[in-house]
Design a binder for this molecule. Structure first.
Ligand code: C2E
Ligand code: MG
Ligand code: MG
Length: 814
């Protein structure tokens, strides 16, 4: 803290100058309550010219004798002689000795550091009229303090200015008494300063010291020169009843001092000793007569609170304002406020430290900025979890640690997170992420490290498990916990999680060879694999997954040729009328007969076809083949006359000439559009509602049927549903499958069915695998059913034989 004292005292000087300037400009003499108070003191200055006029130095005793008698003629209340006269300077020694006997004359001595008189008082002046030179020089050579009084044994030592004041006041009401740590003049208590007052850190505050509040020299007192007095060239009313202080102002006498007014390095504002005495005398008089307090500091605790408060203000500002521009402005305003308050306090005589609170303030601001930057680069601001950078570091550290148990990396990804964001807005998406982060925290052991490494990807690091099964069972538990339905802003969401797990090798050497990025990538690969199997799956990384990743690339190349090579097939899955239990139509489902890999499911290659755009020609092919086949069946079996459902992907739906193309295909084949149903998923039509409605209306104009597939999983905004020209809702199979379990989805299915009916749509239930499901749906008056219970997707010949047999599915009598 000692570091701050030099700066703090400089700040003190600045405050003094600012306060003095203000008082100077507000009104002449405003430093005192009125003009006359300033005039109660007059300085008789012995100037350079006076010394030259007298042609000698020291001036003879005669000159002073003359000066004193001239002054005494006009009855001053006090005369203070700020001139050492310890040795006679003839001539006129006798006369001066006599003049000094007058009761109203005060003389000066100098004390050494032990309080012993260094320069004795002159010419038999009694102790009661001698004051000591009272300045205290700070370590930087500037005078800010005054030494007022000291008691040495039974001796009481008064400063020169205190003697002047005491003499001037001279009344029982203004009796001067000394207490342990304060002086009293009448009822006024002048407490002595403490070693650490204001901006001081540790000073020698022995005796009774006060802090000077200096004003501009020209405001302190009137001034006349020695020769003016000797020549009678002055206004006698200036003298009568006032204090006269005699002293030298001549630069050659070196009785000049640095005060808060001395600007650094310049001697312009050096103040002569006599003016300094005048300053202190006036301050004491102001204190006694006008009740203007001397400068004081806060008590120790007050200072602590003051500094602490500014630290808090800095902290608040840095938390509140994060934009660099506003933060800079607020910080500037804070510092300006601090200076202004300090100046205000100074003007009511309180010296509060400025530099220390400024430093505290700035340090807090800086610390918080640094902390925030640190957080930003290592933590995710949305969930408060560590980010990828911190996680990677942590993982790297664990991999390098000797005797580290195998590390498990569990990577969790929210399925279809994009759909949540798109349908409910980013705020719901953000809240979903926060909820997921909370669930993660609640469901992993305290020792686990969690992070959010990307938009919807979280990682859990486990570094102490000895068996991989433990990690797997934790991952499965997490998968379950995270998938519990959540209500956000009145929306019930059913999130699911795909999880990938990767393990570090069990030998330490292999550990060292591995880096964090590899392990994370493995977990990511496993997660992608889990995703490709649908929602809510969990996969452990095995080496050949990387190979699998490259197979995807291989598949892509193969798919380009699959059409030409006629490797694509259409299967047909019957759709049954639940009322009559007769075959009503088919859904066309594509298959890929790969020459090496065998039958590939559309779940695997449709996404690739979407990504590459191959879905356009493939989709066109599906439509043509399905319509041709169905038309043939319609002609063959006019009674059954099945309809055909064809799936349309997002990419196809976004195709500009989709409507024209379909229209043209139907015309070319001569297919009855009423027997064609296009299936679209919710996310496809919800993407851009207005544009979708337009396309749907144009499709409807072709007089074909439109259906929403997998209804209930894409979180359709129900408020739009009635605006879509949709004929059919297809209840997603995940709801149908859960119908029978306790707390299952039976109610939900019921709701969807009646929703469809209320909107004038027919309802299809897909994924019916049991009779009981079928019966329940029948009871709900769901029009159509589709599922393994009736038939799996079938090759055309098998489908045809169903038509041929005019199949009717009967529930077994239970
Ligand atoms: P989707 O349109 O919802 O088709 C129904 C899926 O559910 C089919 O899977 C079908 O085999 C399966 N499924 C039917 N009944 C049951 C059941 O009782 N239990 C179970 N577990 N599953 C049942 P598939 O054929 O693997 O097709 C998957 C998805 O691939 C389809 O879902 C559809 O989105 C897409 N897809 C299939 N063919 C085409 C196509 O030609 N074009 C486009 N764009 N997408 C297609
Ligand atoms: Mg479908
Ligand atoms: Mg479906």
């Amino acid at each position: 803290m000692g570091l701050f004292q030099p700066m703090e005292t400089k700040a003190f000087d600045l405050l003094t100058r600012l306060a003095a300037k203000y008082e100077h400009t507000s009104a002449p003499g405003a430093a005192f309550s009125n003009r006359s108070t300033a005039e109660r003191l007059i300085v008789v200055a012995i100037t350079e010219e006076d010394i030259q006029d007298q042609k000698q130095w020291p001036l003879s005793d005669q000159v002073f004798a003359q000066l004193l008698s001239k002054l005494q003629q006009h009855s001053p209340r006090v005369i203070g002689l700020d001139i050492y006269r310890d040795v006679p300077h003839a001539p006129g020694t006798e006369a001066l000795a006599e003049a000094l006997q007058k009761e109203n004359v005060i003389t000066i001595t100098n004390l050494d550091s032990l309080g012993e008189v260094e320069v004795p008082s002159p010419l038999q002046v009694p102790d009661s009229r001698v004051g000591f030179n009272d300045f205290v020089v700070d370590p930087d050579g500037v005078i800010r303090r005054n030494f007022m009084f000291a008691a040495l044994g039974d001796r009481e030592l008064y400063s020169f200015s205190l003697r002047l004041v005491d003499q001037f006041l001279k009344s029982p009401a203004h009796q001067l008494t000394a207490e342990a740590d304060a002086l009293r003049i009448g009822t006024l208590r002048l407490s002595s300063i403490t070693p650490d007052m204001g901006g001081y850190q540790k000073i020698d505050a022995d005796g009774y010291q006060t802090l000077g509040r200096y004003i501009l020299p020209e405001n302190v007192a009137r001034q006349v020169s020695l020769s003016q007095v000797l020549d009678g060239d002055f206004d006698p009313t200036w003298i009568t009843g006032n204090i006269v202080v005699i002293g030298t102002t001549a630069p050659s006498q070196k009785d000049l001092y640095y005060t808060p007014f001395s600007a650094e390095g310049s001697n312009d504002l050096l103040m002569s000793g006599v003016v300094l005495h005048a300053q202190m005398t006036q301050q004491l008089l102001s204190a006694v007569l006008e009740g203007r307090a001397l400068l004081r500091g806060f008590p120790q605790w007050g200072e602590f609170a003051w500094v602490w408060c500014w630290g808090m203000v800095g902290g608040l500002i840095a938390w509140r304002f994060t934009h660099p521009g506003t933060l800079a402005i607020a910080t500037g305003a804070g510092l300006l406020g601090l200076t202004t308050i300090a100046l205000g306090l100074f003007s009511v005589s309180v010296w509060a430290p400025v530099v220390l609170p400024m430093a505290t303030f700035s340090t807090t601001v800086a610390t918080i900025i640094v902390y925030r930057e640190f957080r930003k680069s290592f933590y995710d601001s949305l969930t408060g979890l560590p980010n990828r950078a911190l996680l990677t570091q942590e993982l790297q550290r664990m991999l390098r640690k000797p005797n580290q148990s195998p590390i498990s990396v569990i990577l969790l990804d929210i399925d279809r997170f994009k759909v949540f964001n798109e349908n409910f807005g980013l705020r719901v998406g953000d809240q979903l992420l926060q909820m997921m982060a909370r669930r993660l925290r609640q469901n992993v052991p305290a020792k686990a490290k969690i992070a959010r490494i990307a938009g919807d990807e979280f990682v859990v690091l486990l570094g102490w498990l000895s068996r991989r099964e433990e990690a797997l069972s934790l991952a499965e538990k997490l998968n379950q916990k995270m998938a519990e339905p959540i209500e956000i802003r009145g929306q019930k969401l059913f999130p699911t999680i795909s999880t990938g797990i990767a393990f570090s090798p069990s030998s330490t050497d292999a550990h060292h060879a591995l880096n964090a990025g590899d392990l994370l990538r493995d977990a990511q690969t496993a997660m992608s694999r889990a995703k490709s199997q649908g929602r809510g799956h969990c996969e452990i990384f095995v080496q050949d997954m990387r190979a699998h990743l490259s197979t995807r690339l291989g598949l892509e190349a193969d798919l380009r040729e699959a059409l030409q090579k006629q490797e694509l097939l259409l299967y047909y899955q019957p759709i049954v009328c639940l009322k009559t239990m007769k075959l009503a139509g088919f859904e066309a489902l594509i298959r890929w007969q790969h020459p090496e890999r065998g039958m590939i499911s559309p779940a695997q290659f449709i996404p690739i076809a979407e990504d590459t755009g191959l879905i356009i020609p493939i989709g066109q092919w599906v439509l043509e083949v399905a319509c041709l086949q169905t038309k043939k069946w319609q002609q063959q079996f006019p009674v059954a006359s099945p309809f055909i459902s064809v799936n349309l992907s997002g990419r196809q739906f976004a195709q500009k000439d989709l409507v024209e193309q379909i229209g043209q295909t139907l015309t070319e084949i001569g297919f009855d559009p009423a027997k064609l149903k296009l299936e679209l998923t919710e996310s496809v039509v919800m993407d851009d509602v207005e544009a979708s409605i337009d396309v749907l209306l144009r499709l409807k104009a072709l007089r074909l049927q439109l259906g929403i597939d997998d209804f209930g999983t894409g979180y359709s905004s129900l408020s739009y549903l009635h605006r879509f020209p949709i004929d059919t809702l297809k209840v997603d199979r995940s709801f149908v499958m859960e119908m029978e379990s306790p707390n299952g989805t039976a109610e939900l299915v019921k709701t969807i069915v009646s929703l469809g009916h209320n909107l004038g749509m027919t309802v299809v239930a897909e994924g019916i695998e049991t009779e009981s499901q079928s019966r329940q749906l029948q009871a709900l008056q769901c029009e159509y059913g589709q599922g393994y219970l009736f038939a799996r997707p079938l090759p055309p010949e098998a489908a045809e034989s169903l038509l041929h047999n005019a199949s009717v599915w009967n529930h077994n009598a239970a």
